[in-house]
Write a protein that binds this ligand. Structure first.
Ligand code: C2E
Ligand code: MG
Ligand code: MG
Length: 690
């Protein structure tokens, strides 16, 4: 059978002839021995012209390497000044009985070649196209010899590196390399010499003015007409801006802008990897969760700029108190978290917490006046207190919460019971909303007696919650919940109205009606909406004089620097309400602050009263407090008097009133009314010996 030249049978011939890839064969002498229509289209060269030509020369004319050379990846085919990415592969042609039957070359276009219409359009001379592309490019386009000597230098290169063409041509390219990067050149040149391309290699170069530029470099081999690699062309793109943007995005996602510390997101990630590491290596580590005490009040009174400066200062001192291997992060507002890795002694977290608290001891000076900051800290340890990052964070937070409720400025370690308590709180918090609507709350009234003759002077209204499932719930368990959920405003209003109605009823029923005092949360006084705004108006409507009521605020409210609270208390007092400072002596007692806010009563906390009989020094202090209070025009109430001995001491130091289990527990409203009647009878009937 007479075989056509080159390709075999009819079927194969039609496959080859209709194939989209350029296919051609090269005989053992290196001449083109067959040429399909796709090759005609791709190279713009008719079969008649191609056959018998040296393949190497034809390929080199189109910028392609010798098919005899290994040519990994894609190459760029040049035709009439246009370029096209192609992949060239070669395979030996095997024919029975012939050792060397030549080579089959396949050129596969990686992108669509320009359409016929475009082909027909008038075209500038290729040399001009290249020149204008190179001259106009923002990228640095440079060529160099295989020994790294610069042979061309475009304006883009001048802009990027600061050197003119005259300064660079003939110079080694390593002039642009930072000293620690000079080794890169050798590696790059080696790859180029092998005919390889280096794509998007990201590195740093030095400008003429010494500044560093971050660049992405693509280097391709330059070949002579015979296809030998004789140099390299290099395109460098300035990626500083892109890297800068990427870094900014990273920073925004991972760093707290104010303190430059890792943020919650970054901390969480570090915690996760620490958990992983410890789980594999069997180690333990600690997590500390710190929240500043009363920061909101400080922030409100100083303004946000000073508040921010304070946070920066706090972050700095905390950082100093830690080892460099410890992680410190700002999670939010005034919340900080610390990770103490590789813990071998379980006492360390407590010691570190003490260090942190000590670091805050000295006052911060801001706008010329000293500010005292303390922190409540929760501690938990992996794996004892939790095995996942989320669990550890939640437990450290719970421990911190308990530190707050134990009086702030202290450290508490996590215990499993806290988890149960938190679940209980969650249940209660949900129920509290309903409790207000369904009237599950009620007030008890505890008598306050005149210390001198034990006659009834006032009643303190104390709230209780009759929970349908849990029975009577004490305020210690739900006031804080109400404060956290914001329900305290509604609850506080209810207490005010109920206490006022009761005071009205007692006023009408008794010739010597007791004043009724009720407790007000700092949140009610600090609230934006001013829930106390229409209290005086309400009393006018029901016909009760405000001076029948006493507002009890805790000592911390008075110590608080917030001008808003001071102003509200001043207004309430102006309207006729009496003001009592509750729990005096539990905080950093400061009689001087009493001169700023005018009040009527001081209630000495039961913890002080309890120690009176056994601690003579405390007795002397209390005596001085009472004397000073009297000098300021205040009357003094002793809270929590349980024994006759305590009552005797209370009288000794000059307290005006006493309240406590010695006389009565908080009473149901009916019992309190009975007491009032009995009191009236006692006073009307002649006293023996009076
Ligand atoms: P508080 O205002 O200092 O009330 C005094 C607390 O001491 C009351 O506890 C009272 O029952 C208790 N107490 C009275 N005499 C004695 C005694 O001789 N010995 C002992 N050990 N305790 C005595 P209660 O009723 O559990 O109230 C606790 C706290 O809850 C109150 O302290 C107050 O701060 C808050 N609270 C109570 N009712 C309200 C309210 O309606 N609104 C707000 N915001 N807080 C309230
Ligand atoms: Mg009270
Ligand atoms: Mg009290």
């Amino acid at each position: 059978m007479d075989m056509p030249r080159g390709f075999g049978s009819c079927l194969f011939e039609s496959i080859v002839m209709s194939h989209d890839d350029a296919l051609f064969s090269v005989d053992p002498q290196g001449r083109i021995s067959s040429w399909n229509p796709a090759a005609e289209r791709l190279f713009g060269c008719a079969q008649a012209q191609a056959l018998g030509q040296p393949a190497q020369a034809l390929l080199a004319r189109h910028g392609l390497s010798d098919p005899a050379l290994p040519c990994p990846g894609s190459q760029t085919l040049v035709r009439d000044g246009a370029t096209l990415s192609v992949r060239v592969t070669r395979s030996p042609i095997r024919e029975p009985g012939r050792a060397d039957a030549g080579t089959l070359v396949t050129v596969h276009a990686l992108q669509q070649p320009a359409s016929a219409a475009e082909d027909a359009a008038p075209r500038p001379h290729p040399a001009n196209v290249y020149e204008s592309l190179v001259e106009g490019s923002d990228d640095a386009i440079v060529t160099k010899t295989l020994s790294g000597i610069v042979t061309s230098w475009n304006p883009g290169a001048q802009r990027m590196f600061g050197y003119s063409a005259a300064e660079m041509i003939g110079e080694p390219i390593t002039k642009l390399f930072p000293v620690d990067r000079v080794h890169e050149e050798e590696m790059l040149l080696q790859r180029i010499a092998c005919g390889e391309r280096v794509e998007h290699f990201e590195t740093v170069r030095v400008r003429k003015d010494g500044r560093l530029v971050e660049v992405s470099v693509t280097i391709s081999p330059l070949r002579d007409a015979a296809g030998r690699v004789v140099g390299a062309s290099k395109i460098a793109r300035d990626i500083g801006e892109r890297l800068h943007a990427a870094r900014t995005i990273w920073r925004q996602a991972n760093q707290d802008e104010l303190t430059q510390l890792p943020n919650r997101h970054a901390f969480h990630q570090q915690l996760c990897s620490e958990v992983e590491r410890a789980a594999q290596g069997g180690g333990q580590f600690a997590l500390l969760y710190a929240d500043l005490d009363h920061f909101k009040a400080i922030n409100d009174s100083l303004g946000h700029a000073a508040g921010d400066a304070l946070l920066v200062g706090v972050a700095q001192r905390m950082r100093w108190a830690l080892r460099s291997s410890d992680v410190l992060a700002r999670l939010a507002g005034d919340e900080f978290a610390m990770l103490l890795p590789a813990l071998d002694d379980l006492r360390v977290p407590q010691m570190v917490a003490m260090k942190l608290q000590a670091a805050l001891l000295l006052p911060f000076s801001q706008a010329e006046h000293p500010i005292h900051v303390s922190a409540s800290i929760g501690v938990c340890v992996y794996p004892r207190d939790g095995r996942s990052a989320d669990e550890l964070l939640r437990h450290a937070d719970l421990a911190m919460y308990e530190a707050k409720h134990a009086g702030r400025n202290r450290t508490v370690s996590f215990e499993p019971a806290m988890d149960r308590r938190a679940r209980g709180r969650l249940l209660l918090a949900g129920d509290l909303r309903r409790a207000l609507r369904q009237q599950e709350l009620y007030l008890l009234y505890q008598p306050m007696l005149r210390a001198a003759d034990r006659t009834l002077a006032k009643y303190e209204a104390l709230v209780r919650w009759r929970h349908p499932a849990f029975g009577v719930v004490q305020p210690a368990r739900f006031i804080a919940l109400a404060e956290e959920s914001g329900l305290i405003l509604e609850l506080g209003d209810w207490v005010f109205r109920t206490a006022a109605e009761q005071a009205l009823r007692w006023r009408d029923a008794s010739s010597q009606p007791p004043r009724v005092s009720f407790n007000v949360s700092p949140l009610q006084l600090g609230a934006d909406s001013d829930p106390t705004r229409d209290w005086a108006e309400h009393l006018r409507r029901i016909g009760l004089s405000p001076d029948r009521l006493v507002i009890e605020v805790t000592e911390t409210v008075i110590l608080d620097d917030s001008p808003r609270i001071a102003q509200r208390l001043g207004e309430l007092r102006q309207q006729g309400f009496r003001i009592a400072v509750d729990d005096f002596g539990t905080g950093i007692s400061n009689l001087a602050s009493l001169s700023r806010i005018e009040v009527d009563y001081l209630k000495i906390d039961q913890s002080l009263i309890r120690r009176l009989p056994s601690e003579p020094r405390r007795l002397a202090i209390c005596e001085a407090i009472v004397a000073m209070a009297h000098r300021l025009g205040l009357e003094v109430i002793a809270e929590g008097v349980e024994t006759e001995e305590e009552l005797a001491r209370v009288r000794d130091i000059g307290c005006d009133f006493a309240q406590g289990y010695l006389f009565a527990q908080p009473l149901e409203q009916a019992a309190a009314t009975d007491w009032l009647y009995a009191e009236g009878l006692r006073q009307r009937s002649p006293q023996p010996g009076a």
